[in-house]
Design a protein around this ligand. Structure first.
Ligand code: SF4
Length: 397
C-alpha cells in the first residue's frame, strides 16, 4: 500500500492520541518536529505508528531506492590512549601483545590487495596512538592517492584528529586543510557516542568533547568535505539524551549542510567494561531508526550497518526510515565482531547485498561515497543467478 495512504489511515484513526496526531500532521506537511515531540515519540509511540511516519519520509526522499557501496576497511591499530568503557576493540598500550599497529607500508599493502577490484572507497578508522600522527597519515593519504587516485579516502574521526592536531599545534581548520591537501576526501561519523556530558563523561570520559567533535566536522564542511554522524544508543542514556544528540546535529546541519548520513550504532556488551548493561531489543533498534528519520529532517540518509545489527534486522530497518545499509566490507573490520555482533566475519558479495535488498522489494543502488549512482541493480540479473523453481508435487489418489 502507498505510504501516503497509510499515513492518511493513521490520521483518520479517532483513537490516535492528540500529540501523536499533531506529530503525524507535521510529518504529512513536511514540518519539523520539536525537541519535546522527539522525546514524546521515544516514550509513547508504538512501532507501527513510527514505521508509517518514517517510511513516509524515507519514500518521499528516496522512493524504494536502497544504497550500498563497495568498500573495505583498513584499521591501522587497535591500541588506544583512551579508555572508553563501551569499547570492545581497543587494547591499551600495556596490553600490546593483543594488539596491532600498522606501518604506512603495511597500510598501503592493505590498499594494494584491492588493485583491480571494483571497490570505490577505503574506510579507515581505529585507535589513537602517538606514532600515528599528522605526518603518518599525510604520508599514507599521499601514497594512496599516488597509487590509486580514484579511490575515495574516508578516514578517521574527530577523536583521532583532535589528538593529532593538538600534538601538531594546528587549529582544527588548518589541520583539516592539511589532511585534505594530502588526499583525505571525507570523514566517517564515529566518535560521537552520546554528546551530552552527563553520559559522555561516564562512557567516554577522556576523548574529545561534543563541542570539539562538532567543531572538527564544521571545519571539514567549510572545506567542502562531506561527513557522516553516528550515535551510540541503548546503554545508560535516557531518551532525551538521544534527542539532545540529534538536536545538536540538526543545528550544525542547518548551518553547514555538510552531513550526508546519520548512523545509529547499537551498543553491544561483549568484551568491554559495560558488560553488565543489557542490550536493547530489535524492536528498540527499529524504533530508534524511525525516530531518527523523523527528527533529522535535514539529513538526506539514515544508514544501518548490516554488520552490526545482522542482515535480517538490516532488511527490516528498510521499512523504518533506513535507506542505506553500508558496504561489502570483505571481512576487513573487527570493530563489530569484537563487540559481539552476530556477524563474526562481516563480508558480503555485491550479489548477496543486492539480493538482500531485493528480497524486501527495494531497489538496490550501488553508490559511491558521495551518493552518486555507480550501478542501478533493480533489473540486473547476475549470470549465475538461480531463478525460483517450482516442482510438481506427486499427486496421490
Ligand atoms: S572507542 Fe575509540 S577512542 Fe575509545 S577506546 Fe575505543 S578505539 Fe579508543
Amino acid at each position: 500500500m502507498d505510504t501516503s495512504i497509510k499515513l492518511s489511515y493513521l490520521l483518520n484513526d479517532p483513537d490516535l492520541p492528540e500529540m501523536l496526531r499533531t506529530i503525524a500532521l507535521k510529518v504529512n506537511s513536511g514540518e519539523r518536529i520539536s525537541f519535546d515531540e522527539g522525546v514524546y515519540l521515544y516514550e509513547h509511540a508504538d512501532l507501527g505508528y513510527l514505521g508509517v511516519l518514517a517510511n513516509y519520509i524515507r519514500e518521499k526522499k528516496h522512493g524504494n531506492r536502497t544504497y550500498f557501496n563497495r568498500n573495505f576497511h583498513v584499521e591501522p591499530t587497535n591500541l588506544c590512549v583512551y579508555t572508553c568503557n563501551f569499547c570492545s576493540y581497543s587494547r591499551l598500550i600495556k596490553q600490546k601483545e593483543e594488539g596491532w599497529e600498522m606501518s604506512v607500508d603495511g597500510m598501503l599493502d592493505a590498499v594494494k590487495k584491492y588493485d583491480g577490484e571494483p571497490v570505490t572507497e577505503v574506510h579507515i578508522t581505529g585507535g589513537v596512538v602517538p606514532k600515528q600522527n599528522l605526518d603518518f597519515y599525510a604520508e599514507f593519504f599521499r601514497r594512496t592517492k599516488a597509487h590509486r587516485p580514484e579511490l575515495h579516502i574516508k578516514a578517521l574521526t574527530p577523536v583521532e584528529y583532535y589528538y593529532i592536531f593538538k600534538k601538531a599545534k594546528l587549529s582544527h581548520y588548518d589541520g583539516m586543510k592539511f589532511m585534505k591537501d594530502a588526499g583525505l576526501d571525507s570523514m566517517p561519523g564515529g566518535g560521537a557516542e552520546i554528546f551530552h556530558p552527563e553520559i559522555r563523561t561516564q562512557i567516554a570520559n577522556d576523548k574529545c568533547t561534543a563541542e570539539q567533535w562538532l567543531d572538527i566536522h564544521e571545519q571539514a564542511h567549510k572545506l567542502e568535505m562531506r561527513t557522516n554522524a553516528t550515535m551510540l544508543y541503548g546503554h545508560i542514556e535516557q531518551f532525551w539524551h538521544r534527542v539532545d544528540h540529534m538536536e545538536r546535529l540538526r543545528q550544525l546541519q542547518d548551518k553547514t549542510g555538510g552531513f550526508q548520513a546519520f548512523i545509529p550504532l547499537k551498543f553491544r556488551n561483549q568484551n568491554n567494561q559495560m558488560s553488565n548493561v543489557a542490550e536493547v531489543s530489535v524492536i528498540e533498534d527499529l524504533r530508534n531508526y524511525a525516530v531518527a528519520r523523523i527528527y533529522l529532517d535535514n539529513f538526506d540518509h539514515i544508514k544501518a550497518y548490516w554488520a552490526m545489527i545482522s542482515r535480517q534486522t538490516a532488511q527490516l530497518s528498510l521499512n523504518f526510515g533506513v535507506d542505506d545499509i553500508d558496504g561489502t566490507l570483505d571481512d576487513t573490520t573487527k570493530i563489530y565482531s569484537m563487540a559481539g555482533a552476530e556477524e563474526q566475519t562481516p563480508g558480503m558479495s555485491t550479489q548477496e547485498l543486492v539480493n538482500l535488498i531485493k528480497q524486501v522489494n527495494r531497489e538496490p543502488i550501488e553508490r559511491d561515497t558521495l551518493y552518486n549512482v555507480v550501478t542501478d541493480y533493480t533489473d540486473f540479473v547476475f549470470e549465475d543467478e538461480v531463478k525460483p523453481q517450482y516442482y510438481k508435487l506427486p499427486v496421490i489418489n
